[in-house]
Every structure is written in structure tokens, then in C-alpha cells.
Design a binder for this molecule. Structure first.
Ligand code: KDG
Length: 323
């Protein structure tokens, strides 16, 4: 069995029952979500043995997060329960002011996860590892998180694991281009597998998409694989200099949050388990499509059976019975 380890913040997500401006929402569903945790759970559901490093508050929401990870079978030995700082929370605003687009409002400053640091890493977390993954959100949370992410990469590389990194820029935390480059460049340079998208590349290198693409390829000096996520336009990949492209599946968009993480997780799980790049990109698109069509980041993440069902029915349309 392949083994993966992720590092990041996992928060309580308050997702309103209705679309529209947050100020008018009175009813919320409580979910849990966080980019790297979403990716790790996607991988676990597709048969990779996963562990997660983070900190949660020693509070009610921390308990919800721990039990969510454990119920998925994710190893939580590296999760710190912090008695001094709370679990992070964020609120979702769907389809306002831009229809079908989701905005988030964080209550995560000084959260337990933001206090995670290199002192919380143990050699045993990195034994027998095939893949370590982190995204651009985590090093932007605090200096200690940045140090923990950099040290994790060193430990993972020493243990022979591949490094997956998603630029995953959140303008709420990485406010300016200069700061985004300063924080993300070391990670882009060290990644073996890099995920990015048009918005992130524009934030880093400007609006000329050809120039931005060339610059990130140049910066990703260790990457064997670069996956370019294009949302409803599908995914592209550059692997050992060869280009691949896979169109997306057209589905109704309910909540686009978590789709990129699902895409990363499905690609990584499939690729690690020996599937071709084409198939791995196809499964990544399926995971993204299923995730945007439902609320919550984690609940929709498909296992192999769900991916197969989606592909069978999608190919055959109304000719295939589901019940
Ligand atoms: O990718 C979805 C995540 O962005 C969301 O769940 C919240 O992790 C999160 C973040 O930091 O924005």
C-alpha cells in the first residue's frame, strides 16, 4: 500500500443552507474542511494509507475535526491538541456577488494550527513514506507553519518520499504578489509534483498567461510533473516535457470549494498506484466534478467505486440505469 502524509490546517466550515450574502444567512450546516486535509482524505478514500499533521484546539470543534479524520481512517498521531489556542473556523458565502462562485471569511488568526511549528515534527512521521504534501496556504499562516512546512519537506526528501505542492494561493492570507513569491518560491522549487492554476499564476507572474506559465515552469526546477488546473476547462499536465490535456465534465455547480483539492488527491492517489497520467488526469476531473456539485469539501470526495459509476453513467448518459 502506498503511504502519504499531509500538513495543513483543518477547520470547521460554516456553510449556509442558502446562497447569497452572508449577512442575510441565519441557518448554517457545520462541515469540516481544509485544503491539504481534503486532498489527504481524497487519497485515503482511493486506497492510499494517509497520515495528517496539524494542530487543533482542545475544544469542541477540535474534537469534531479529530473524529472526522479518524472516521476516514487517516492516522492522527501527528495531530497536536493545543490547550492555549482555538480551532480555526471559516464561513462560506455561495453565489454572491458572483453567481456560482464561492467566497470564504476566515476566523483563523492565532488558531491552534497557526501555532504548529517544526518542534511538533518527529522523525517517525516520515518513515516509509511515498509522498508528502502541503500547499501554499500552510506556509502563509505563520512563520512557525512556514518553518514546519520547510522542515517537513527536508525530512520527507531524506526518507525518499516525493514532494507534492499546490500553490493554492488565498489572497486573504498571501495579500501581495511580492509576499506570495517570497513565501511560495522555495516550495515551488522543491516540488516533485506541482499543482497550480490560472489565478495563482496570474497572482505570481501577471496576467499574460503564456509568460506566467513559462515562469512557473522555470521556477519548478525539480518538478517531474506539473498539473495545471483550469476549473471548468479541465486539466493539463506537463510530464517530463510531454504535454497532456483532459477536458472536464459539465455538472451543475453548487459549491466549488474543495474541487481543486479533490482533483489533486485523485490524481496523486491514481498516479502513486501506478495508473497512467491520462487516467490519473481523468480521475482528477471526475473528483473535481463530483465535488463542485455538492456542498462541503469532504463529504463528496469519491472513492474508486463512485469514480467508476460516474464514468459509466457519464459515458452512456440516459442509456445507463442507476436504480
Ligand atoms: O480548497 C478549499 C479550501 O480553501 C477551504 O476548505 C478552506 O483550507 C481552506 C483555506 O485555507 O482556504
Amino acid at each position: 500500500m502506498k503511504r502519504a502524509l499531509g500538513l495543513g490546517e483543518i477547520m470547521v466550515q460554516m456553510n449556509p443552507t442558502e446562497k447569497g450574502a452572508l449577512r442575510f444567512q441565519t441557518l448554517f450546516e457545520r462541515h469540516v474542511a481544509g485544503s491539504e486535509a481534503n486532498t489527504i482524505i481524497q487519497m485515503q478514500r482511493m486506497g492510499v494509507e494517509c497520515s495528517f499533521l496539524t494542530a487543533v484546539g482542545a475544544d469542541e470543534f477540535g474534537k469534531v475535526i479529530l473524529s472526522s479524520l479518524r472516521s476516514e481512517g487517516v492516522n492522527t498521531h501527528g495531530v497536536v491538541e493545543d490547550r492555549s489556542n482555538p480551532t480555526g473556523v471559516y464561513f462560506v458565502q455561495r453565489s454572491y456577488p458572483v453567481p456560482n462562485k464561492t467566497m470564504v471569511f476566515y476566523y483563523r488568526k492565532d488558531s491552534a494550527a497557526a501555532h504548529f511549528g517544526p518542534e511538533n515534527l518527529k522523525d517517525e512521521h516520515f518513515v516509509d513514506l511515498d509522498l508528502f504534501l502541503v500547499s501554499g496556504i500552510t506556509p502563509a499562516l505563520s512563520d512557525s507553519c512556514n518553518q514546519a512546512a520547510l522542515k517537513s519537506i527536508d525530512l520527507a526528501k531524506k526518507s525518499g518520499a516525493q514532494i507534492a505542492f499546490d500553490t493554492n494561493i488565498r489572497i486573504n492570507v498571501l495579500k501581495t504578489r511580492d509576499y506570495a513569491i517570497k513565501v511560495l518560491e522555495p516550495f515551488v522549487r522543491k516540488a516533485d509534483i506541482l499543482f497550480t492554476g490560472a489565478g495563482d499564476m496570474a497572482m505570481l507572474f501577471g496576467n499574460d498567461s503564456e509568460v506566467a506559465r513559462a515562469k512557473i515552469i522555470e521556477m519548478a526546477e525539480s518538478a517531474r510533473i506539473i498539473v495545471f488546473k483550469k476549473g471548468s476547462d479541465g486539466v493539463e499536465a506537463l510530464v517530463d516535457g510531454k504535454e497532456y490535456s483532459m477536458p472536464s465534465y459539465k455538472v451543475p455547480v453548487i459549491d466549488e470549494l474543495g474541487a481543486g483539492d479533490a482533483c489533486d488527491g485523485a490524481f496523486l492517489a491514481s498516479y502513486l498506484q501506478g495508473n497512467t497520467i491520462e487516467d490519473s488526469l481523468r480521475f482528477a476531473n471526475v473528483a473535481g466534478a463530483i465535488t463542485v456539485s455538492l456542498k462541503g469539501d469532504i463529504e463528496p470526495l469519491p472513492d474508486w467505486q463512485a469514480i467508476e459509476t460516474f464514468l459509466n453513467v457519464h459515458g452512456a448518459g440516459e442509456k445507463r440505469l442507476l436504480r
